[in-house]
Write a new protein. Structure first.
Length: 255
């Protein structure tokens, strides 16, 4: 696939859940585009491995990692302070970290699993936006890209928690985009269809088949395809569009 150049030279980018899946590929694309990369990840061993791999390619001075549970607001606030102290600014935030949760009907959905999905996917995204936004306002520049899902638009059966959470992320994006529209900060989200990510592939095989069958292109989303769109949304070139939803659904989206 032809890779177009995106200029992120000297931009400081935070990617939550950046040690695997879409987040890891986005991080690599950001580094290739000249950015400095900060990975926020809840699993320490996974973070250390990812940072080592990123640093081997881009140099240790351009890569930093923070162990962060985004469902813990105090932890998020500390990570923002540490990141700003390390690099002096935060130009880009990609809210990628998420829990998919089990596959079950709403009536049978475990309440503790529901709370966990909402805590990470909704509250975690809120905490990250809440604490990074003041940094971006102070420097009058920022790009926030929230990773939602086509499930947030259409609602997948047997995935009520994830669908509800991603619908909330879409609405949050629209609200924050409008609030920051007078500044040089753009807030947008993407709604991917199913891709071969660790979380997606842990779901029941029949649920994966259901999601795949819904995609008119007849295949999984490739991670590089997601990274390409996210990289442009995170760039200075995206100077007008905000509060918008960009589909990565292979034709599944109907609105």
């Amino acid at each position: 696939m032809q890779i177009n150049a995106i200029n992120l030279a000297d931009r400081v980018a935070v990617v939550t859940g950046g040690a695997q899946g879409i987040g890891q590929v986005v991080g690599r694309r950001f580094l290739d585009s000249g950015a400095k990369l900060v990975v926020w990840e809840v699993v320490a061993d996974r973070l250390a491995k990812a940072v080592e791999e990123f640093a081997a390619v881009a140099g240790a001075e351009r890569v930093h990692g923070e162990v962060v549970d985004i469902a813990d607001e105090a932890g998020v606030a500390a990570a923002v302070r540490n990141t700003a102290a390390r690099f002096g600014r935060i130009d880009i935030l990609v809210n990628n970290a998420a829990l998919v949760g089990p596959n079950a009907t709403l009536a049978d959905y475990p309440s503790d699993a529901w709370k966990s999905v909402i805590d990470v996917d909704v509250n975690g995204t809120f905490y990250c936006c809440k604490h990074v936004t003041p940094v971006m306002l102070a420097q009058d520049y920022g790009r926030i890209v929230n990773i939602a899902s086509i499930a947030g638009k259409e609602g997948n059966p047997n995935a009520a928690a994830y669908s509800s959470a991603k619908a909330a992320v879409i609405a949050m994006t629209k609200s924050l985009g409008k609030e920051l529209a007078k500044s040089n900060i753009a807030v947008n989200c993407v709604t991917p269809a199913v891709a071969r990510t660790p979380g997606a592939m842990e779901q029941a095989p029949e649920h994966i088949e259901y999601m795949l069958a819904k995609i008119p292109r007849g295949r999984f989303l490739e991670l590089d395809e997601a990274a390409a769109m996210i990289a442009w949304l995170a760039s200075e070139e995206n100077s007008f569009t905000t509060g918008a939803v960009f589909d990565l659904s292979g034709g599944r989206a109907t609105y």
